[in-house]
Design a protein. Structure first.
Length: 246
């Protein structure tokens, strides 16, 4: 039997190891800098691509490929406590909305986005190419780790991630229009309430969702931990049109 969680953690590890190469492609600051010069940067292309991906795959990128998500999960061995969840999830939007407005104003002041430079501020596509740039790299890592250790599991995903709002919007759109997409299904008849599924990396109350047979949640990253942990097979991945709620 394929151990999907081992595969997932391996992809997260490789994504983290590649972070010195890819970091600027996930940079919210470079999008502003590029927009002020009328440039569509690699990071803007990445953010747009992830939004389009979320229209069919939800937040699977967050659960399977995100380098900083992987860093946070490796912190679980130190702090495995749950985050406060929905109570403070609004924080990322408080950051996200002004950021979007700044990008728009920068682009307008530059006369629009008239150039495309996927390798903007990289050296032949490599983000961290000079020794001094490791200050930025380790600054991002230390901040991500500290937030996770102080606030709980994947706290950065809940509260401070710039990419998450894009992918949440895409997920909500796909759920609204109910076109074929990746999602998790539940069968409460098979649930024996062992609660193994509720050790969720995103601190979601999975058991409650299973009993309602409603797995829709904007904070679900489709990591499949609940699917792998269920001994009864009450949870499964599915690609298709989600069933309507009862």
């Amino acid at each position: 039997m394929i151990n999907t969680q081992k595969i997932r953690k391996t992809t997260l590890l490789f994504s983290f190891l590649l972070f010195p190469v890819t970091m600027f492609y996930f940079s919210p600051f470079l999008i502003i800098w590029g927009a002020s010069r009328g440039i569509i940067t690699g990071s803007l292309i990445t953010f747009t691509g992830l939004f389009l991906l979320s229209l069919f795959m939800g937040r699977a990128f967050c659960g399977w490929c995100c380098p900083t998500g992987g860093v946070q999960e490796y912190c679980f061995s130190i702090n495995n406590s749950k985050t406060k969840g929905g109570k403070y999830n609004w924080i990322k939007y408080f950051i996200f909305v002004p950021w979007i407005l700044i990008i728009i104003m920068a682009a307008v002041s530059a006369g629009g986005l008239t150039f495309i430079d996927p390798l903007f501020m990289t050296s032949n596509g490599v983000s961290i190419s000079q020794p001094f740039m490791y200050i930025i790299y380790y600054g991002v890592l230390v901040t991500t780790i500290l937030v996770s250790l102080l606030a709980g599991k994947r706290a950065n995903c809940h509260y401070f991630c710039f990419i998450a709002p894009f992918m949440i919007m895409g997920t909500k759109i796909k759920n609204f229009f109910r076109w074929p997409s990746l999602h998790i299904t539940a069968c409460n008849d098979l649930c024996m309430q062992c609660k193994l599924c509720s050790d969720c990396p995103m601190s979601l109350n999975v058991k409650e969702k299973v009993l309602k047979e409603d797995m829709v949640d904007a904070e679900c990253i489709l990591c499949g931990h609940c699917v792998s942990s269920c001994p009864q097979g009450a949870l499964n991945y599915s690609f298709g049109i989600p069933k309507k709620r009862r």
